[in-house]
Design a protein around this ligand. Structure first.
Ligand code: SF4
Length: 292
């Protein structure tokens, strides 16, 4: 295999590493942390970046949590301490979301992600085909790569899958990840965006005060992104693991009606202006202490 980095991962698959400037920045830990702090963790930059955003218009991306089960217990994920039952989204619910997205002519990206490992859901290939057939949008997910065999990878690509965000959570890439790169061709790597996310990654958040991590408190606020959990609950932010902010459930309501609710609009509008009134946001930003 050619063009490998120190972790035996093809450089083409490493997110942003094709870009010379990013490569220089990422190779220097202190410089990377400094630039990250300025661009992602600065309130003024965040407000400026979003100043022209219309938070009342339709969301641009949707995360559909088809599976809330995970095979790992990462220290930086609230799932590691949660014992409540996990499961799969029902087929009926998934179909309802797709139907409603079609009704509103949704053109954005569809991600089978949130919490949970999407490849534990055997329906993922069929779901991809359904999105492609009914909506034609880009389809992606974030995976720990533990079940991403070359066969599954190719099966998904044949179904129309667009982007695999693969995260390495160990010091070394897992055997499955090594296999994936050694048994697929460089032409196929264009579908993969590879990232190393470990306990000491500075890009982690404290998940609304649920986990203890070293963090610079980045602004990952989802102003144009909607999340539907496996049980149908709608989340305003991926950091709201326990759905502390009650917006509604698509089992009872339409997704677009939930998106347009005054409470949801108000939250997006305030956050856009750098106003963080919700307790979860205050914990996420280190203004309130961790949740005990
Ligand atoms: S919890 Fe609030 S402050 Fe934290 S990323 Fe989400 S929206 Fe932003």
């Amino acid at each position: 295999m050619e063009n490998l980095d120190k972790n035996n991962v093809p450089q083409q698959a490493m997110r942003g590493r094709e870009n010379f400037l990013k490569k220089i920045i990422k190779s220097n830990k202190a410089l990377h942390a400094l630039i990250y702090k300025i661009l992602r963790c600065n309130r003024f930059v965040f407000i400026l970046r979003n100043s022209r955003l219309n938070t009342d218009s339709l969301f641009e991306t949707i995360a559909i949590e088809t599976c809330s089960i995970c095979n790992r217990k990462c220290s930086f994920c609230p799932m590691n301490q949660d014992t409540t039952p996990k499961g799969l989204m029902s087929n009926e619910l998934f179909d309802k979301i797709i139907r409603e997205l079609k009704e509103i002519s949704f053109k954005g990206d569809v991600a089978f992600s949130n919490y949970g490992e999407p490849l534990l859901d055997k329906r993922i290939v069929d779901f991809t085909k359904k999105v492609k057939k009914e909506l034609g949008n880009r389809v992606m997910f974030s995976t720990n790569g533990d079940f991403l065999t070359p066969q599954k990878f190719r099966e998904l690509i044949s179904a129309g899958f667009d982007i695999f965000h693969v995260s390495q959570h160990d010091s070394e890439p897992s055997k499955t990840i090594k296999d994936l790169f050694s048994k697929t061709s460089p032409q196929e790597w264009k579908y993969i965006s590879y990232e190393i996310v470990k306990n000491d990654s500075v890009t982690l958040t404290n998940r609304g005060g649920l986990v203890e991590v070293k963090t610079y408190y980045p602004f990952y606020c989802a102003l144009r992104h909607v999340i539907v959990r496996a049980n149908g609950e709608v989340s305003f932010c991926c950091n709201d693991y326990y759905n502390e902010v009650k917006l509604g459930n698509i089992k009872q309501e339409k997704l677009i009606d939930i998106w347009n609710k005054p409470l949801y609009r108000q939250i997006r509008n305030e956050i856009k202006r750098g106003i963080f009134n919700l307790p979860i946001c205050k914990r996420c930003r280190g203004i309130l202490p961790q949740k005990s």
